[in-house]
Design a binder for this molecule. Structure first.
Ligand code: SF4
Length: 315
């Protein structure tokens, strides 16, 4: 059975997925206890920087940055080095401890990688930020350059279960994603690996997704909820029910007791007035709005919430 340090196995995750609605508040409270026992009271706050927007060759059905879908995202070229540094300063001044550089690509070109590797040491010289990158599928030689540049953490999401992934994306495979995640660990970066709930996956898929994450043991798991983007193949999907979203966050905490479980995109539209409860359901971090292509709520609302709940914002 459960205790605060031991991860829930598949059978227990199945039982939690099947738990009647009236018992979900008990599950959320338990996940909050497990979070406190493993992560203390600190909350890690992150800002994302979209350094190359839109025009992506891939066909992830949730994503408005794919060049294959008619969306309202206007592609923008890769940022200058100065642009990276200005964005890092903004993240620092907004109170973030972590800054994540994100680009809409299958994997980085030599030019893109060089620019990131030029910017990261300058960012770290000026601001005491944990610097993460999300650059798509990566090879060993590319990871080696990122290591030399001082990157702390690499994000690469599995997004969903292996079974459901081909219904989300056909231009690259789950194995390619899996391999990048393994290389990230091999090169001794912190691994940030999560996904999106509400893309049409079953409860079984959610459990498979969590057990895959248990195999990878990422340091951080960003949990996104689908915010259906007009023009994408998933643009007409419904939002996840708030209690199901919170149930998943709690299951993620019990599956990966020591990980940084971070609320990411879609939390405002999905949880709406339940933001406070969200932070009491096992999460230990959040991304400040704006996200890559959608706005979030105001920073002061998030910081006021964290203070009200007695959390300490990690520096
Ligand atoms: S999720 Fe990433 S890889 Fe997929 S289409 Fe969007 S930007 Fe491209």
């Amino acid at each position: 059975m459960l205790n605060e340090r031991h991860a829930a196995d598949r059978a227990l995750l199945q039982a939690l997925a099947d738990l009647p609605q009236e018992h979900v508040p008990d599950l959320l409270a338990l996940a909050d206890e497990v979070r406190a026992a493993n992560c203390g009271n600190g909350v890690a706050v992150e800002v994302l920087y979209n350094a190359k927007k839109g025009g992506c060759s891939e066909d992830c059905n949730f994503c408005s940055q794919s060049a294959r879908f008619a969306t309202d995202v206007e592609p923008e070229p890769l940022s200058s080095v100065e642009g990276f540094i200005d964005a890092a300063r903004d993240a620092y001044e907004r109170g973030a401890a972590e800054f994540c550089i994100v680009v809409a690509v299958r994997g980085p070109s030599a030019k893109l990688l060089d620019r990131v590797c030029m910017a990261v040491p300058l960012i770290k010289q000026h601001y005491p930020l944990t610097v993460a990158v999300s650059l798509g599928i990566l090879r060993e030689d590319q990871l080696s350059k990122l290591k030399a540049a001082g990157v702390d953490k690499v994000n690469h999401n599995l997004e969903t279960s292996r079974r459901y992934f081909p219904s989300v994306c056909t231009t690259h495979s789950y194995d390619e994603r899996w391999q990048t995640c393994q290389l990230v660990k091999k090169f001794d970066f912190e691994l940030c690996c999560g996904g999106i709930i509400g893309m049409g996956e079953t409860l079984e898929d959610r459990i498979d997704f969590l057990t895959s994450l248990q195999e990878l043991q990422p340091d951080e798991v960003p949990v996104n909820f689908l915010n259906p983007r007009p023009g994408t193949p998933f643009g007409e999907r419904s939002l996840v029910e708030p209690t199901e979203a919170l149930r998943f966050v709690a299951m993620a905490r019990l599956a990966l007791p020591g990980a940084l479980i971070r609320f990411a995109g879609g939390r405002e539209v999905t949880l709406q007035g339940l933001q406070d409860l969200g932070m009491r359901s096992g999460a230990s971090g959040l991304v400040l709005g704006n996200y890559l292509t959608t706005a979030g709520r105001q920073d002061q609302d998030d910081f006021a919430m964290l203070e009200r709940l007695g959390f300490e914002v990690l520096a």
